[in-house]
Design a binder for this molecule. Structure first.
Ligand code: ADP
Ligand code: MG
Ligand code: MG
Length: 257
């Protein structure tokens, strides 16, 4: 199986240390919950794994199947099968969701492709995106919209889920994919992720809600505090923190809090 390994990762943003030695191993087919209070470094870990240029790895490394990706560009990592759904996605005015997805899907499927070379044939792509959208109960008109331009919170999340379904990455980091959604939208998103991700992907789910984890039961849960993972456990740890909050954690690890 494919394995994503994060070893002793230290990350700075604008010379300010944020992560202080994170270790995490995620196998394809597993679902891990990444928890922790606001500001503990969860999104930073996601951005660093994806290769966001603002997040500088100062120590440690990220391995995908023993290939060191720590210094790779974000698009190279995407081609190797890493994916992140952003908490606050960017708008790409003038680019339709379908065109964006056709490019992204082509690049992931043909890692050797150079810019300007052929895309997946339109007919094949249309058929595939239509199937996926039907499966996800999405109106196919939605793919004609400009990427995230004027999307509601719910629509942004649906676009991310469609992207996940089309790209079929080996590993996906879902950063508060359920934030800003009403109860019905959270349920639909949770079911869709289970449908797409299920056994096929390694999922790292960052969430403050139970619903997403109910539909995607984690085998592992990790708690971040002060830029470190201070505790790891099974699904019971996720439930405890959802029910009781982080007081126990803050008391147990005062040096990190
Ligand atoms: P979480 O996702 O757990 O809420 P973040 O990873 O967003 O936490 O943030 C961790 C810490 O890093 C916070 O103190 C935050 O202010 C800081 N931080 C994160 N991203 C940036 C950034 N781009 N610029 C400056 N500070 C940042
Ligand atoms: Mg965050
Ligand atoms: Mg961040």
């Amino acid at each position: 199986t494919d394995v994503l390994k994060i070893e002793n990762l230290h990350v700075s943003v604008e010379d300010k240390p944020i992560l202080n030695g994170v270790n995490l191993e995620l196998k394809r087919g597993e679902t891990h919950a990444l928890m922790g209070p606001n500001g503990s470094g969860k999104s930073t870990l996601g951005f660093a794994v994806m290769g966001h240029p603002k997040y500088e790895v100062t120590e440690g490394r990220i391995l995908l199947n023993d290939v060191d990706v720590t210094e790779m560009e974000a698009d190279e990592r995407a081609r190797l099968g890493l994916f992140m759904a952003f908490q606050r996605p960017i708008a790409i005015p003038g680019v339709r969701l379908a065109d964006f997805l056709r490019h992204a899907t082509t690049n992931v499927r043909n890692p050797e492709r150079k810019e300007g070379e052929d895309l997946i044939p339109m007919r094949e792509f249309r058929k595939e995106i239509k199937e996926k959208m039907n499966q996800l109960q999405m109106d196919t008109e939605f793919a004609r919209r400009y990427v995230n331009d004027g999307f509601s919170g719910g629509e942004m999340k649906r676009a991310e889920i469609l992207q996940l379904a089309m790209l079929q990455p080996k590993f996906a980091i879902l950063d508060e994919t359920d934030s800003g959604l009403d109860a019905d939208a959270v349920r639909l998103a949770s079911q869709s992720i289970a449908q797409i991700g299920g056994e096929e992907m390694g999922l790292l789910i960052i969430t403050h809600h139970d619903k997403l984890l109910e539909h995607n039961p984690p085998s592992h849960a990790h708690v971040m505090l002060g830029g470190r993972i201070v505790e790891s456990g099974g699904v019971e740890l996720a439930h405890e923190l959802h029910s009781n909050g982080y007081e126990r954690i803050r008391k147990a690890y005062p040096e990190a809090a």
